[in-house]
Design a binder for this molecule. Structure first.
Ligand SMILES: Cc1ncc(COP(=O)(O)O)c(C=O)c1O
Length: 401
């Protein structure tokens, strides 16, 4: 892979002014296609995989995934419109807190597969819209249930007070409201309690909790529902990139769990984001300056967290590799810029804030001005979650290979 990235860096560099240092996102669409296909191939028979487009809604990414996944998940009216515009044939589901009435109307007009209802107020609004427009709508109730002792990840959306989903004590009221509407069809339940899950066994235990809850409610309320959305949340171990969540093994174990739980007739839907696209993206910053400040080395790259907020948002040192660049010409007898040999260096961007750090005190064999810092696993929650207008720096170039 790194050979291909090297070639792409050289090609990009050749097509810009030689004095401008490179700053770019590179996406490997072939790798994305391979990975998503493998994810689909090992899914148990009654499972579906939707792509949570919030992870990366680039058109080329959506186009690559559209023929592979079962559908796309949207979490705003903007995403809904964009997904529909890019891939009108792909089934859509619509979740997320604080949906506007206009967004609910948009989803109903579009005929999405399901709206994931976040609150009783939202359910009431859906009922009113359907009544007024004489339209039908399929829903899942998003539930925030107790984690029952399961270890939490660093990003939990439920199992504690959060703005996400309904509390279990609201369920009876929600079911009564559904029953009172001739336009709303309850398909089942939606859970997304944890993101950043790195532990396969814990995720499997979470699935078991969802399964048991689904079975209990189905029985308790005599519900004719057959869809269980188990959310996304499969993590990427940025600190140990070689340590991967074993999706294949997880799916094998899930298959056994489905069998044991007698849920083969229930459709189980995943809506994963990070795990689908993280690996296909690379963020490249060419080194502008190297400094030695209060005993530590700093390499300032062309770019920063305004393009690539992932490490700052998740508070980690982001994995990277170095591609040698053309060293800056030095004037004989003049100032000789700092070069790093077998030392630790902190990799920063161009922003006037000490928070613009992509990795802290990382050991490198060699680094000099003009080299390229290539941050891997930059394909999810990266460019699109960054504060792009801060300091009004130019955006990175974007290349799909
Ligand atoms: C409701 C919901 N579903 C799916 C996802 C995707 O999660 P991930 O990217 O961790 O797979 C998110 C992420 O925030 C979410 O909030």
């Amino acid at each position: 892979m790194s050979t291909q990235i090297n070639k792409t860096i050289i090609a990009l560099k050749e097509t810009q002014a030689p004095e401008t240092p490179l700053c770019a996102y590179i996406y490997d669409l072939a790798a994305l296609t391979r990975h998503a296909t493998e994810m689909m191939q090992v899914l148990p028979k009654n499972c579906e995989l939707y792509y949570a487009s919030k992870a990366n809604p680039e058109e080329q990414i959506l186009n690559a995934l559209a023929p592979i996944v079962d559908g796309f998940e949207a979490a705003s009216g903007g995403e809904l419109a964009w997904l529909h515009q890019c891939q009108p044939q792909v089934p859509l589901i619509f979740g997320g807190p604080g949906k506007l009435v206009s967004e609910l109307e948009q989803a109903i007009e579009l005929g999405v597969e399901a709206i994931h209802v976040e609150s009783l107020t939202e359910l009431n609004r859906i009922a009113e819209i359907c009544q007024q427009k004489e339209k039908n709508c399929q829903i899942l109730l998003r539930m925030n249930i107790s984690l029952q002792g399961l270890p939490a990840t660093k990003l939990t959306m439920g199992g504690k007070p959060t703005p996400f989903g309904l509390s279990e004590n609201e369920l009876a009221d929600a079911l009564a409201m559904v029953k009172a509407s001739s336009h709303i069809k309850l398909l089942g339940f939606h859970f997304h309690l944890m993101s950043h899950q790195l532990d396969r066994q814990v995720h499997l235990a979470l699935m078991k909790l969802y399964f048991n809850t689904f079975i209990t409610w189905k029985k308790r309320y005599a519900l004719d529902v057959n869809l269980l959305n188990v959310g996304g949340g499969i993590g990427i171990d940025y600190a140990n990139p070689e340590q991967r969540f074993d999706w294949r093994l997880f799916c094998q174990e899930l298959d056994v769990l489905i069998e044991e739980s007698q849920l083969s007739a229930v459709k189980i839907r995943f809506e994963c984001g990070r795990y689908v696209t993280a690996d296909c993206g690379f963020y490249v910053m060419q080194v502008l300056d190297i400094k030695h400040n209060h005993g530590q080395y700093f390499a300032v790259g062309h770019g920063g967290t305004h393009h690539f907020r992932t490490p700052a948002a998740q508070n980690h040192d982001h994995p990277f590799f170095i591609v040698n660049g053309e060293p800056e010409k030095e004037i004989e007898g003049g100032f000789s810029s700092i070069k790093i040999n077998q030392e630790a260096v902190t990799l920063v961007g161009q922003l006037c804030t000490p928070k613009d750090v992509l990795a802290t005190q990382q050991y490198v064999e060699k680094l000099q001005i003009g080299d390229y810092l290539v941050f891997t696993q930059a394909g999810a929650y990266a460019w699109n979650i960054s504060h792009q207008n801060f300091l009004m720096h130019a955006p990175p170039r974007v290349q799909f290979i």
